[in-house]
Design a binder for this molecule. Structure first.
Ligand code: HPA
Ligand code: MG
Length: 308
């Protein structure tokens, strides 16, 4: 919005740079970029849009001034974004959860480590492993708050869901030891397959569905890695409902914004992501990349290389 606007504001020595930026923000609904000149005065050079400011913050070449102000900037961006998201959620009555915007470029690969055998196969680190783990910790708490003191059957959707399920169960186990509530869990597995290359096929294979009669009368928590169109999850839900569980909840680490989506939203969502094909953290492309720690965007050349 104000990307091209240039303002030169020279503030007196001793002015609090955070106040200058805050005033700018209030004025323009945006963020300032600046530096400290030789005599100690603060110069605000430019007004940046929120998006450009975010990009600058995550780029390694930002100025000292930016480094110094980083926590403050991040806080402003968060509060603005949270307010926007909350407003959107109120208007649309949708359940939003940690949406990652379409223009999120991901982190450069050289900021992180990943297996050598995938060099050249990835475009960026979309969600680092540590962030995934932190989010799972919170999901575990939400699940504990809602379902605590009930028995549940965790139904892990293989193969992609194995890592998310293992980490989620682990965090719930820790909470059971450290809170007044408890959540006895059984864990069962089901295998779904509907993807070839990066395309969803019409045919959904469900394996391990024969013995779901144990779900009858139980509280079931389906744990899935990713929901995109929502069609697979709807089919699975219909299938599980036929076994007459007492309650069904769904936790998905990712929900992808796809144009052909059914609008289905799980009860617990880790991250809402853009319509990009992501791999790692047990998500595959034709069985490759499950052995990658972070969630990454696959490169076009790797799509060709591992195509079947
Ligand atoms: N990655 C891996 N598996 C998937 C995806 C994805 O982005 N979407 C649906 N299944
Ligand atoms: Mg797959």
């Amino acid at each position: 919005m104000l990307e091209s606007a240039r303002v030169a504001r020279v503030q007196k020595r001793g002015d609090d740079p955070r106040k200058i930026l805050f005033d700018l923000m209030r004025h323009h609904g945006s963020l300032g970029d600046g530096g400290v000149v030789g005599d100690g005065r603060v110069v605000v050079r430019r007004v940046l849009s929120i998006r450009r400011a975010v990009n600058r913050i995550f780029r390694p070449d930002f100025s000292d001034f930016f480094v110094a102000l980083r926590p403050f900037h991040v806080a402003i961006i968060r509060s603005l974004r949270d307010a926007q998201l909350q407003k959107k959620a109120e208007q649309e009555c949708v359940h939003t959860s940690t949406p990652i915007r379409d223009d999120w470029p991901g982190y450069p690969l050289d900021l992180f480590t990943y297996p050598k055998h995938y060099s050249g196969d990835l475009e960026c680190v979309y969600i680092p492993h540590g962030v995934i783990m932190d989010r799972i910790e919170r999901l575990a708490r939400n699940i504990m708050d809602d379902l605590g003191d009930h028995d549940i059957v965790v139904l892990c959707v293989l193969k992609g869901g194995y890592q998310f399920c293992a980490d989620l169960v682990e965090r719930i186990k820790v909470l059971c030891c450290n809170s007044s509530k408890t959540l006895p869990m059984r864990v069962d597995f089901i295998r779904l397959k509907s993807y070839l290359n990066d395309q969803s096929t019409e045919v959904l294979h469900i394996e391990g569905a024969e013995n779901l009669s144990a779900l009858s009368g139980k509280n079931v928590l389906i744990v899935e890695a990713i929901v995109d169109t929502g069609k697979t999850m709807k089919t699975l839900l219909d299938h599980v409902k036929a076994f007459r569980p007492k309650m069904i909840k769904v936790a998905s680490l990712l929900v992808k914004r796809v144009p052909s989506g059914t609008g289905y939203l799980p009860d617990y969502v880790g991250f809402e992501i853009a319509n990009r094909f992501v791999v790692g953290y047990a998500l595959d492309y034709n069985e490759y990349f499950r052995d990658l720690h972070h969630l990454c965007v696959i490169s076009d050349s790797a799509k060709q290389k591992f195509k079947v």
